[in-house]
Design a protein around this ligand. Structure first.
Ligand SMILES: Cc1ncc(COP(=O)(O)O)c(C=O)c1O
Length: 408
């Protein structure tokens, strides 16, 4: 039975809690870097479910692993052992240099676990008053009460009253203010090595240095939120080490399951001895399906050369976007690393997103004036060329109505 956009919209508006502003398209199938709507129209997907479908759509190897696991055993609960959690954890700890992994189901839960483990650390150290956090203006960490507390956007926070705290937000352009924000009650600093929802803004070397200085002076823990920037997105396993950061805790999610929900909090040697059975848990966390998917993704990333591929096509993407910016004065800045890219526009980016979609290209707006692109890590250079060509046509079509940036 064919379902139309209008039918689905009508049913959703009646039955689904209206928390999302959806774009008018119904996707029914995917293949590699492409999505297909109910009419059979093809879309080149430069957003991959917001950085999630890292292996592209309908990856045959991942599909086989999922089918095999689904017909063997999906879930047993953390009351028991199964064969795959230790292997997924071993791969993540090897990749990150951290000591242990705690599995959960999303990036938000990974952040939440990191916040809890930070407080637990100080509680065990005999400093239970160290409960507060320092976060960064522009940060997004999720929507649960804890993760929301370290998310800076007042639109997300204000309707929900008192959050956990105290949390002090620091302007990333003012690294000299970080030291004063950290005090004897601070448990941890939490920061994204590259802010994702905040507009693809890599942390400056000066801010990274300020974090290292204050952490080594005060013992404050560092949580690197790598939910968006981690696991190959930048062409590096993680971006915190590229900045010279040495986090005590790292949150990951998104790319890890390539569409199967799985997240993890990675925990350093320093913190693990303070965590005891019963301190934290979740029913689904690290079940067989999630761990098989994560292992398959990590095999592709490291053993099958996907990380090197991201470096190569990421550089190509950057060259093409910089050339595009030279031709289109509506682009103020090109930002990002690897396959985590953005065009900073002079005005609202939504007309670009809409025009691109009508021409078969999916990109995303974030921070109002930013066109964000997080393609599958498997995207080819030819597909990137096609995407940038379409972006050029889109900018040509919408630029008459857009303010132009004045380039120095
Ligand atoms: C840096 C960062 N942390 C946490 C989250 C929350 O992850 P999730 O939506 O999977 O719960 C996101 C989601 O965009 C994110 O970008």
């Amino acid at each position: 039975m064919k379902v139309t956009l209008d039918d689905i919209k009508a049913r959703e508006s009646q039955h689904v809690l209206q928390t999302y502003r959806r774009q008018p398209v119904v996707f029914v199938r995917g293949q590699g870097s492409f999505l297909y709507d109910g009419e059979g129209r093809e879309y080149l997907d430069l957003i991959s479910g917001i950085g999630v479908t890292s292996l592209g759509h309908a990856h045959p190897g991942l599909a086989a692993v999922i089918a095999d696991q689904a017909s063997t055993l999906l879930h047993v609960s953390n009351l028991y052992y199964h064969p795959f959690q230790a292997e997924a954890a071993a791969r993540l700890t090897q990749l990150s240099g951290l000591a242990r992994a705690f599995f959960c189901n999303s990036g938000t839960e990974a952040v939440e676990a990191c916040l809890k483990f930070s407080r637990r650390y100080w509680y065990t150290q005999g400093s239970p008053e160290r409960q507060s956090f320092v976060a960064v203006e522009g940060a997004f960490a999720g929507r649960t009460m804890g993760a929301l507390s370290v998310t800076s956007d007042p639109h997300y926070r204000d309707p929900f009253g008192t959050l956990i705290g105290p949390v002090t937000f620091v302007d990333p352009q003012k690294p000299e203010t970080l030291a004063a924000a950290v005090n004897e009650r601070t448990a941890a600093i939490i920061a994204e090595p590259i802010q994702g929802e905040g507009g693809i803004r890599p942390m400056s070397p000066a801010f990274a240095q300020a974090i290292n200085d204050v952490c080594s002076r005060t013992g404050t823990l560092l949580i690197a939120d790598e939910v968006q920037s981690g696991l190959g997105r930048t062409g590096h396993p993680f971006y915190a080490p590229v900045l010279g950061l040495r986090p005590d805790l790292v949150s990951v999610g998104k790319a890890l399951g390539s569409g199967v929900p799985v997240g993890a909090a990675l925990v350093s040697e320093r913190v693990i001895s303070t965590i005891s059975p019963g301190d934290h848990g979740t029913t689904y966390g690290g079940n067989l399906l999630a761990c098989r998917s994560a292992i398959f993704f990590l095999e592709q990333l490291i053993d099958k050369g996907l990380l090197d591929h991201v470096k190569t096509v990421g550089d190509h993407f950057e060259r093409r976007l910089r050339a595009l910016a030279l031709q289109h004065p509506a682009i103020v800045e090109v930002r990002g690393v690897g396959l985590m890219r953005a065009l900073q526009m002079a005005s609202d980016a939504m007309p670009i997103v809409d025009e691109a979609r009508s021409r078969g290209l999916l990109v995303n707006r974030t921070d109002e004036k930013v066109v964000r692109m997080l393609p599958p890590l498997t995207i080819s250079a030819a597909e990137i060329d096609r995407a940038v060509d379409i972006l050029g046509e889109v900018l040509g079509a919408v630029s008459a109505s857009m303010p132009q940036a004045v380039h120095a």
